[in-house]
Ligand binder design. Structure first.
Ligand code: 4AD
Length: 455
């Protein structure tokens, strides 16, 4: 009753408060500011309320004292309530250990929107030990947490770094369509939909479109969602993922590998050059270091021998033999033992997509590459492309797809062909490696997989 009667008003004789984002607190030390955000953490003591405020750009410890702690709003304050706090950002004596060595001493505050306490309090819904389905049902709340928001910030930084790297290397960004009428990586994972009465698909890869850009724009890249109706439930398969793809003209297979190594290393270097992001990666994955160059280059045939020598069996539990698919478990074991990035090259023709160029020195295999990273396995798939028209026509026939809808892709071989190649990087897999996440789902804003298309 007593508390309800304590009402606070802003003291207008104080200097006008400047509205700031929490990323800018250091610059405004000593000044009177107003910060607005969500109550991330809350600790109430007698006559003192400690609030860790969050606005997405950073965190700030704020201190309410005196009459401010006695108002109804202060006494009923809950986490996730939105609030505007006015006051001066002041250095803290060492023993208090506030982040950045300062905290806001509030002289006034206003609640903007309350959040429920009790059973509905956010930490009950998204407790760290909540079952995964509950967490993914409440992904919109889970992303407010420290870990997930850190991963999402690293994700943004990695995307920015890719764009910088591609700019350095002279590749132009394009935005191919998501709605298509051709497959790239096999019919079994196509999402089909009705496009004004015609059969259409969600794109599996923008590769074929990138190839058409070479004569027009030179080397190109895109950052585009790809869709796969994967039936397998694994730690590294999503139904929708962010695909970073590039295509380069007049290159050799070796050029392709060198370029890929350069893009990955440059992107990691740019990412780590931001101290804030470097700090977040260090918290998520204390053992992470930029990869050593050159990456190990191993042919598929050598990998098969390596798996036999190291007693890692194939999916039937037998020793691997030439022609076997290297399944996820075996691949993971190999990358964990080698513990360095590996370019696995020259896969057999029958294991790979129809468009891949054969190795002129051994026609059983393709000029293809998978890049494998410790802890995750394959994060990149790429190859040189068939450049000969007749050979491509033969490849359509070999896999049983009609060349008709591919006329525009085929035309690249008709109107001035070129040796060319490219690759696709799975952003969530790259992030699972950098941030040491158990599954790629943790690296997507709103992950989709078998049985989940919400929220
Ligand atoms: O190896 P993939 O299927 O290759 C292609 O799509 C080529 N057309 C790319 C190109 O050459 N332009 O896929 C490339 C990468 C994989 O290495 C993996 O990182 C990721 O895409 N990827 C997936 N990530 C999450 N969930 C899935 N279901 C994925 N399928 C592939």
């Amino acid at each position: 009753e007593q508390a309800k009667k304590v009402v606070i008003v802003e003291d207008v004789s104080k200097p006008r408060a400047v509205a700031i984002k929490l990323r800018d607190t250091v610059k405004h030390r000593g000044a009177r500011v107003v910060v607005r955000g969500w109550v991330h953490r809350l600790r109430v003591q007698k006559n003192l309320v400690f609030i860790t405020l969050r606005d997405g750009t950073g965190y700030l410890q704020c201190l309410l004292s005196g009459d401010l702690t006695k108002t109804y709003d202060a006494l009923t304050l809950t986490v996730e309530t939105t609030i505007a706090i006015y006051g001066v950002i002041s250095p803290v004596p060492d023993e208090n250990h506030a982040p950045d060595g300062h905290e806001l001493h509030a002289d006034y505050f206003q609640v903007i929107g309350k959040a429920p306490g009790g059973d509905d309090t956010i930490s009950n819904i998204v407790a760290p030990n909540a079952d995964p389905q509950t967490k993914y049902d409440n992904r919109h709340l889970v992303i407010r947490g420290d870990v997930v928001s850190s991963v999402l910030k690293v994700r943004a930084s990695v995307l920015r770094a890719f764009r910088k790297s591609y700019e350095d290397l002279g590749l132009l960004e394009v935005t191919p369509p998501c709605m298509v009428q051709t497959q790239v990586e096999g019919g079994s994972t196509l999402f089909e939909f009705n496009y004004y009465g015609e059969k259409a698909y969600l794109t599996q890869s923008s590769q074929l479109y990138l190839e058409t850009c070479l004569p027009s724009l030179g080397d190109v890249f895109c950052v585009q969602e790809s869709f796969r109706a994967e039936r397998s439930l694994t730690r590294r398969h999503l139904s929708e993922y962010t695909h970073i793809e590039a295509e380069l003209a007049f290159i050799t297979f070796d050029d392709l590998l060198n370029h890929l190594e350069e893009v990955i290393c440059r992107t990691i270097d740019y990412t780590l050059a931001d101290p804030l992001i470097k700090g977040k990666i260090a918290e998520l994955n204390p053992k992470f270091n930029a990869p050593e160059r050159p990456f190990i280059r191993m042919t598929y045939a050598d990998a098969i021998n390596w798996l036999v020598e190291n007693n890692i069996p194939n999916e039937e539990g037998e020793p691997h033999k030439f022609g076997d698919d290297i399944a996820e478990a075996a691949e993971r074991k190999m990358t964990d033992i080698v513990a360095r990035p590996i370019f696995l090259t020259k896969f057999p023709v029958k294991l790979k997509a129809f468009y891949m160029k054969k190795d002129p020195a051994d026609l059983r295999v393709t000029e293809s590459v998978d890049c494998l990273m410790p802890g995750v396995g394959e994060i990149v798939g790429g190859s040189m492309r068939m450049e000969n028209l007749e050979e491509l026509m033969g490849a359509y026939a070999r896999v049983g797809i009609s060349p008709n809808p591919y006329y525009w892709f085929t035309d690249q071989r008709k109107y001035g062909t070129s040796p060319h190649g490219g690759y696709g990087i799975g952003l969530e897999r790259l992030l699972a490696w950098i941030c040491d996440r158990y599954t790629v789902k943790e690296c997507s804003l709103y992950p989709r997989w078998t049985g989940r298309c919400a929220p």
